[in-house]
Design a protein around this ligand. Structure first.
Ligand code: CMP
Length: 146
């Protein structure tokens, strides 16, 4: 069955490399079910990343995510969570350049904080974050929810 993932093109990257990244997403046969350009408030960024609240980099992460427009998307296909994570590459771009030189982070990320893109880590997380950003999308019923 098809699944959804939540994908984010983070600030700066959303302005500099958005068309290229969207082209790659489409060439990998994802359906872009939703796409919304938005500047996150601190409140929304803090809630979005609440799992990282206790990390030493949390406030820098929130600063980064709020400093310009993000492109928020729902990507849909079989195995969407895993496939978008493969396209992104590892969190740390130095690792990405070693292990996945074609990945988005290997090519565009500045460092482990400013790593250009985000993707849900599981189908369950995807569902939660999609609901948080886009509300109820259950009318898009071609997808079997997991
Ligand atoms: P993302 O996949 O969106 O999930 C959490 C984000 O926190 C991550 O990408 C990076 O932007 C940031 N991050 C993760 N680990 C670190 C770290 N060690 N130092 C700074 N930022 C980090």
């Amino acid at each position: 069955p098809k699944e959804h993932t939540l994908a984010v093109i983070k600030p700066d990257t959303a302005e500099e490399h958005r068309e290229e990244i969207l082209g790659e997403i489409q060439s990998k046969s994802f359906t872009i079910t939703r796409l919304h350009e938005m500047v996150l408030s601190r409140e929304v960024a803090e809630e979005f990343y609440k799992e990282h609240r206790d990390k030493p980099f949390f406030s820098q992460l929130v600063d980064y995510m709020c400093r310009g427009p993000c492109t928020m998307m729902i990507l849909t296909k079989e195995n969407a969570v895993e496939e978008w994570r493969a396209m992104m590459g590892p969190t740390d771009p130095s690792k990405a350049r070693e292990k996945a030189p074609e990945s988005v982070r290997a090519r565009f990320a500045k460092d482990i904080l400013e790593n250009t893109v985000h993707g849900s880590s599981s189908a369950k997380h995807a569902q939660e974050k999609i609901h948080f950003i886009f509300g109820d999308i259950s009318s898009e019923s071609e997808v079997i929810s997991t």
